[in-house]
Design a protein around this ligand. Structure first.
Ligand SMILES: NC(=O)c1ccc[n+]([C@@H]2O[C@H](COP(=O)([O-])OP(=O)(O)OC[C@H]3O[C@@H](n4cnc5c(N)ncnc54)[C@H](OP(=O)(O)O)[C@@H]3O)[C@@H](O)[C@H]2O)c1
Length: 240
């Protein structure tokens, strides 16, 4: 897909991978709209020439705010990027159910509701795309954040079915699977982290090439290994 001239909506475009996607898509000539909650970061993005929508996507009001903010404009590319994760580990303590419910809303309900709400809009465009940002953890979960991993596996599954439904249309469906990326979400966590700029670059390259998946960085290896030795991947990722 040619990015230039397309109208793109990036959820969670104020920080991390979403911000880098927004900046790089804008540099390629897209008309970029972002959503987020942080007023300062939204103001910065507006100063950089983006259109911004304030929306907390952990509930239906957030979806309504996005639709209101777009004001019926035509949309070519929807990028469901906003996401969060909470620890849910009985070895450490009682899980935070409020955090879990917010995680499931933001990571699963919000992208699905946006796809439903914006499908008719995307269908009017000559060339359109839906990008769902999942995770390498959608392929193989870690032990400590099962709700986050389950949310990403759910979106991986949803994305594959959606792609099959839309295969004879002009709406392309791309799943982006980042590895561990150096953002606020992973601050304080060890390990080799990919810079968010490089993660965004690889996702956009997949958008341009028409690929079904952007297996970013180490996820490419994880996925290949999972095909030949899933037991080994489970041992590496989850520890048994
Ligand atoms: N970082 C990684 O290692 C990694 C790996 C695999 C997949 N991913 C996925 O990549 C995506 C982006 O992650 P990231 O690491 O870039 O995260 P991040 O740096 O924490 O940024 C998250 C973005 O989502 C927005 N956001 C957070 N909570 C929100 C809410 N309740 N309502 C609306 N927007 C909200 C934030 O904006 P405001 O604070 O302004 O609301 C921010 O723009 C997520 O889907 C994540 O699961 C990340």
């Amino acid at each position: 897909m040619q990015i230039s001239g397309k109208m793109v909506l990036v959820t969670g475009g104020t920080d991390g991978i979403g911000r880098q996607l927004a900046l790089q898509l804008q540099a390629k000539g897209a008309d970029v709209w972002i959503t987020g909650r942080d007023a300062e970061r939204l103001t910065r993005a507006r100063g950089e020439g983006m259109q911004v929508i304030t929306a907390d996507l952990t509930g239906p009001e957030g979806i309504e705010a996005v639709l209101r903010g777009m004001g019926g404009r035509s949309l070519d590319i929807l990028i469901n990027n906003a996401g969060m994760g909470t620890e849910h580990d009985f070895r450490v303590g009682q899980p935070d159910m409020v955090g879990d419910e917010r995680t499931l809303w933001l990571n699963v309900h919000a992208p699905i509701r946006l796809i439903v709400a914006l499908m008719a809009n995307l269908q009017t465009r000559p060339e359109a795309m839906i990008v769902n940002v999942t995770s390498g953890l959608a392929i193989a979960p870690s032990a400590g954040s099962p709700v986050y991993c389950a949310s990403k596996a759910a979106m991986r599954s949803y994305t594959q079915s959606l792609r099959a439904q839309l295969k004879d249309t002009h709406i392309h469906v791309l799943e982006a699977l980042p590895p561990l990326v150096d953002t606020a979400m992973t601050s304080g966590r060890g390990g080799r982290k990919l810079p968010p700029q490089e993660c965004a670059r690889q996702i956009i390259a997949a958008m341009e090439s028409g690929a079904d998946e952007a297996n970013v960085g180490m996820v490419r290896i994880l996925k290949a290994l999972n095909q030949v030795a899933p037991w080994l991947v489970r041992r590496i990722m989850i520890g048994f």
